[in-house]
Design a protein around this ligand. Structure first.
Ligand code: MD3
Ligand code: FE
Length: 217
């Protein structure tokens, strides 16, 4: 594979904002990859359609979730966990597209996490009005591994909290093509997404997608 197929110059991709000691917001970092990501995402969600999972408490989540890679995150009355199979189909999750992996690795390296090899990509699809309450991501085996998040389509207000659920959350916009990378001391920060506001995006329509890359196993 030639280097420039999946590795556009990150210098083209715009500014970077530091959110924490080990958390970076890379504005527009994914834009050079979108032409590769979007058709690959359609293949993934055709094989594993996004669905609104039940929380252990019996609530239906408002964002619809799919996965690709060796492991996928699932939730039901029994709890939260990673699984190698899609519970809806009984089949393995779709493979992680090459362009997804290349972007996640480039973003992680840009943020100082060289050598990141994700084995799970959670796909969250937000219709207008969908949200995600404050939570921590702590179902991964090795919490020293970072997480990379890629936003596509409609913008959203991201809620960036602290180490405790009750810590005041900062609100910041996440736009099409933005990438967040966090790890280390920021890995267990509470975070969430405010309800997505009515709008139409030229690529995705009335929808926001977020891809989060994790090392689950
Ligand atoms: C975690 N997704 O899938 S990702 C999730 O936009 C999730 O769909 C949200 O939270 C979404 O688990 C947000 C971005 C994010 C940003 C900062 C964080 C996740 C973070 C800081 C600490 C921990
Ligand atoms: Fe999360």
């Amino acid at each position: 594979m030639t280097a420039d197929l999946f590795e556009p110059d990150p210098a083209l991709a715009g500014g970077t904002r530091r959110l924490g000691a080990q958390a970076l917001l890379l504005h527009g970092f994914a834009l050079p990859w979108v032409d590769a990501l979007w058709p690959a995402l359609q293949v993934v969600i055709a094989q594993a359609p996004p669905r609104q999972l039940l929380t252990p408490g019996g609530q239906r989540m408002s964002a619809a979730l799919s996965n690709c890679g060796a492991f996928g995150w699932v939730s039901d009355r029994r709890g939260y966990r990673y699984s190698a199979q899609d519970p809806d189909s009984g089949r393995p999750w779709p493979a992680l597209p090459v362009s997804f992996l290349a972007l996640a690795r480039a973003a992680a390296a840009e943020a100082g996490f060289g050598g990141f090899v994700p084995d799970a990509c959670v796909v969250n699809r937000y219709a207008v009005g969908a949200r995600m309450g404050l939570h921590q991501d702590r179902d991964e085996r090795d919490l020293s591994q970072p997480i990379v998040s890629v936003s596509l389509g409609l913008p959203a207000v991201f809620l960036w909290g602290g180490a405790r659920r009750t810590d005041r959350a900062e609100r910041m916009p996440l736009r099409h093509g933005d990438v967040l990378v966090w790890g280390g001391v920021d890995r267990l920060r509470f975070h969430g997404v405010a309800p997505v506001r009515t709008a139409v995006h030229a690529l995705t329509g009335a929808v926001r997608f977020n891809l989060t890359f994790r090392r689950a196993g």
